[in-house]
Design a protein around this ligand. Structure first.
Ligand code: MF3
Ligand code: CO
Ligand code: CO
Length: 248
């Protein structure tokens, strides 16, 4: 079900999203080579709970941690572990926070130390994909224009757009309708409405768009060719005259 939020609900969304944004800034100031991905998860847990919020990934469909920490070839849902973050890695940290019954959701891909030029460019283009997608976005725009913009920019740069995972609506539930793919045909899909809150989250691969789901742990998604992947996400409010990026 697609939900449209009223002013009061939007205020709650702003609050959860502000906590998500601050948490990612805190992670950005502290993440470094030599840490494990579990150390990163501890930073996330500590910061979000200190804000009186709950890291709502923890326990979500049995997910065992407060963050998804995905290194290099891990696309998304990297479970924090003893994996040591190395100089030159790109590490995406995807988190959600719930306060007053509403969720915020965002992801940043951090550059660790001396990162090779091709990886840096992947991260930069992935962020650009998000900003291309929100250009001109407002109530009345067809949903799949978002994916069209992401795909056009990513493929123009020679990258693969992950198809198997998408963005989504968000609110009282972390994942609400509609699904927001990173590919699509311009001018198609439902028309966005003012008051909708959605997560736009390009997941872009340096090589093939194909991914592999780890059947062992039930979560980790990696690139099929082992090449790096980047992820960038914000929670966005659709307005009559544009958008408000709630996690920025
Ligand atoms: N934050 C992710 C998203 O962007 C969802 C994480 S799934 C979880 O949709 F299981 F880790 F919570
Ligand atoms: Co997320
Ligand atoms: Co999301």
């Amino acid at each position: 079900m697609i939900t449209v939020k009223d002013e009061k609900q939007i205020e709650y969304m702003r609050e959860s999203c502000r906590i998500v944004k601050e948490t990612l800034e805190f992670v950005g100031r502290n993440i470094r080579a030599g840490m494990t991905t579990k150390d990163v998860d501890e930073l996330v847990y500590r910061y979000i709970t200190s804000c009186g919020a709950y890291p709502s990934e923890l326990g979500y469909e049995g997910y065992p941690a407060s963050s998804c920490v995905s290194v290099n070839e891990v696309v998304v849902h990297g479970i924090p572990s003893d994996r040591i973050i190395l100089d030159g890695d790109i590490v995406s940290v995807d988190i959600t926070a719930e306060k007053n019954g509403y969720h915020g959701d965002a992801c940043r891909t951090f550059l660790i130390g001396n990162v090779p030029e091709d990886r840096k460019r992947l991260v930069k283009v992935t962020e650009e994909c998000f900003f291309k997608a929100i250009e001109g976005l407002k109530a009345g725009v067809p949903l799949y224009d978002i994916g069209y913009s992401v795909q056009t920019h990513a493929e123009a740069n020679g990258y693969g757009v992950v198809r198997a995972l998408t963005g989504h609506g968000i609110g009282r539930e972390m994942h609400e309708d509609p699904s927001v793919p990173n590919y699509g045909k311009k001018g198609t899909g439902m028309r966005l409405k003012a008051g909708m809150t959605i997560c736009i989250e390009p997941m872009i691969n340096m090589g093939t768009h194909k991914v592999v789901f780890n059947r062992g742990d039930g979560w980790t998604v990696t690139t099929a060719d082992g090449k790096p992947s980047a992820h960038y996400e914000n929670t966005v409010l659709i307005k009559e005259d544009g958008v408000e990026i709630l996690t920025l």
